[in-house]
Write a protein that binds this ligand. Structure first.
Ligand SMILES: [Zn+2]
Length: 227
């Protein structure tokens, strides 16, 4: 059909281009979804959860995988980076927050106030946690719930003990012989504020414990090697 009306013809061409671009965009999104690992962004059955936990820390008791990550990470795992939640969230609530695409945030693990461990980004992938791609491609990142909000942002003793156990487990499974805390980003035990001047994360309490965390983890690593 030949359109005599010039503006109608212009509109038809415009509409056709619009349709083609929309189709390309949807196809791109479809391809991206196809390339994501399975189980992202959905509630898992116990069987599915156990399957995921087998590839990660056996200390994990809750899994909610988020799309906010790079698949896969681009470096061998050499570091651990500590964060605090800046809140006392349940593992489910934190998972909900990490599943929001516009929040652009995630962590590999989190530990709640009772010492339960959640996994949001599998270890083989890079979580978006420390505002530093170079660090997070090399690090397993861990968020810890705060027992006190504000002040020194204390964490509970149960969370603290589980943090030590999780670090020991990560070091053993990734052949990290020793955790070194240097107070700056050169060590392999790092914290968020080393990479972002605008944050106090992981808070004064955890910051004061960083050297102790390295010491306790190393003692356990040594003892378990001897044993
Ligand atoms: Zn942080």
């Amino acid at each position: 059909m030949f359109l005599k009306n010039k503006s109608l013809r212009f509109f038809s061409i415009f509409f056709l281009i619009f349709c083609i671009l929309t189709a390309i965009t949807f196809y791109g999104v479809y391809l991206k979804k196809q390339s994501l690992p399975p189980y992202i962004g959905k509630d898992l059955t116990t069987k599915e959860m156990n399957e995921v936990i087998k590839r990660n820390s056996p200390l994990t008791s809750y899994v909610h995988l988020t799309e906010n990550a790079d698949f896969p990470r681009q470096s061998k795992i050499k570091k651990i980076t500590i964060h605090h939640m800046g809140a006392n969230l349940t593992l489910e609530k934190l998972g909900e927050s990490f599943s929001k695409r516009d929040r652009q945030a995630s962590s590999n693990y989190a530990i709640d106030d009772h010492g339960n461990v959640a996994l949001y980004v599998e270890e083989e992938n890079r979580a978006w946690t420390s505002a530093n791609a170079d660090n997070d491609h090399q690090a397993i990142t861990i968020e810890v719930a705060n027992e006190t909000i504000g002040g020194d942002w204390k964490i509970s003793n149960q969370s603290y003990q589980k943090l030590i156990d999780l670090c020991v487990d990560i070091c053993q499974r990734h052949s990290i012989e020793k955790l070194v805390y240097t107070g700056d980003k050169n060590g392999n035990l790092t914290m968020h504020k080393m990479f972002d001047a605008d944050t106090i994360c992981p808070g004064p309490y955890l910051e004061s414990k960083m050297a102790d965390i390295a010491k306790s983890v190393n003692e356990k690593l040594e003892n378990e090697t001897k044993g």
